[in-house]
Design a protein around this ligand. Structure first.
Ligand SMILES: [Zn+2]
Length: 419
């Protein structure tokens, strides 16, 4: 059986049912990780999974796995899912879509009485958003061995300081299963795009080929404070004038490597920040992103050269410190091919796309063959209560997920057949 469809109406109803938990007045959702509302959402998800015949386990990071057994229990499972936690002013689809699309895959297979070779597990990762506990993606990060378990459980609430592990205990989700360390045949994650490209291109499905690399910098520019009146223009060592030129250079570097580069200065501190004193010191941040490491390296060289040249021309010192580096993460070629083949088999318009944001899939890609499926969101807006997506697009993404999961879950066994 190929090119199977899913029940889009049932998927939409489940999304709307889950969106009631933590619903905000403006039509969004606030369901912070490990809050009382997150507990309610998790329990609803588990109830639905059990009704669908899955066995549910929870690991020590509170990650939930709902397993639909395959014919050959010795084969490693195919995982699919995302997260149920949201931003404080979050929407109804970010993360939730990937979890409930996974559940819809299971429900569809049940409708068809379809037995896969390998087992399928739908996963809900803990604290993807990083809003209540930093860093983000910590549940999948521990699973993938990026962080150790102790680090994950010790994460403090950004406001109250209460520990993630204590909150897991409190809401009854401190599970007993070991975190990760077991083979996974493949991981697929369906997600709203959170950007405008698919909508602009009128493509309902994005075949995600990887996630961008990132280089973050902290730049300190030092000149000399002086009186704004008596100091002639030619004698000045104005750190803010130099920084303004550097910020412009950052923007030009981004444009020079378009369309895939992103270059942003989002944080600036001017010292002493007094209207009649020439600024002596400026601190600002730079966020570079690109899917290719070689281009990120070129951008790095251009940034350092521009800062040195601008500083030299007006007698400033510029310290360029790399603060964080996250290499580009291309997804597994064969998993990406499964997604593309599923999309083509179903006859849906599609395009390749790179993820601009971090996702649990980025960490899972370190330990399992991984790919993602994007669907458009209205206006490209997310992390916002007005976040929206079209039922038809969500259904198409879910059908692609079903067929990609099936291809992997039946690989390594006999040809798929009904039980
Ligand atoms: Zn998300």
């Amino acid at each position: 059986m190929r090119n199977l469809g899913i029940n889009g109406e049932r998927l939409w109803q489940s999304l709307m049912e889950m969106a009631k938990i933590g619903a905000t007045e403006k039509g969004g959702v606030c369901r912070l990780a490990l809050s009382d509302l997150d507990k309610v959402g998790r329990e609803l998800f588990i109830r639905w999974c059990e009704q669908a015949g899955c066995s549910v386990s929870v690991d020590r990071m509170g990650n939930i796995f709902a397993r639909r057994p395959g014919r050959n229990p010795k084969l490693p499972p195919v995982l699919t899912g995302s997260h149920l936690d949201t931003q404080p002013t979050g929407g109804r689809f970010d993360g939730v879509y990937g979890v409930l699309a996974g559940l819809e895959v299971i429900r569809t297979l049940n409708d068809l009485d379809y037995e896969t070779e390998a087992s399928i597990e739908v996963v809900c990762w803990t604290n993807e958003e990083g809003s209540r506990f930093s860093p983000p993606m910590v549940g999948s990060g521990v699973f993938a061995g990026v962080f150790d378990l102790g680090y994950g459980l010790e994460r403090p609430d950004n406001v109250s300081g209460v520990k993630l592990g204590d909150e897991l205990q409190r809401i009854g989700f401190a599970g007993e299963a070991a975190v990760g360390g077991r083979p996974v045949a493949a991981y697929f994650e369906a997600h709203i795009e959170q950007g405008p490209i698919l909508e602009d291109q009128r493509k309902p499905v994005g075949v995600v080929t990887g996630a961008q690399g990132q280089r973050w910098y902290e730049i300190t520019v030092t000149g000399q404070e002086a009186h704004a009146g008596p100091t002639p223009m030619r004698k000045r060592r104005d750190a803010l004038v130099g920084s303004a030129r550097m910020i412009d250079a950052v923007n030009r570097i981004g444009l020079a490597h378009s369309p895939h580069a992103c270059a942003t200065v989002g944080f600036v501190q001017v010292s002493p920040n007094s209207r009649n004193t020439i600024p002596g010191r400026v601190f600002f941040t730079v966020d570079f992103r690109h899917p290719e490491d070689a281009v990120l390296t070129a951008m790095d060289n251009e940034l350092r050269a521009a800062c040195a040249e601008i500083a030299g021309a007006i007698g400033l010192e510029a310290e360029v410190k790399e603060f964080w580096y996250f290499p580009p993460r291309p997804f597994d070629k064969s998993c990406v091919a499964s997604v593309r083949a599923a999309t083509e088999g179903l006859g849906y318009p599609h395009m390749d796309i790179i993820s601009g944001a971090g996702h649990d899939a980025v960490y899972m890609a370190r330990v399992a063959p991984t790919a993602m499926i994007f669907v458009p969101c209205v206006g490209g807006i997310s992390h916002n209560e007005i976040e929206d997506a079209k039922p038809d697009d969500l259904a198409m993404g879910c059908a692609v997920l079903l067929n990609a999961v099936l291809e992997r879950a039946n690989a390594g066994g006999d040809s798929p057949r009904k039980s």
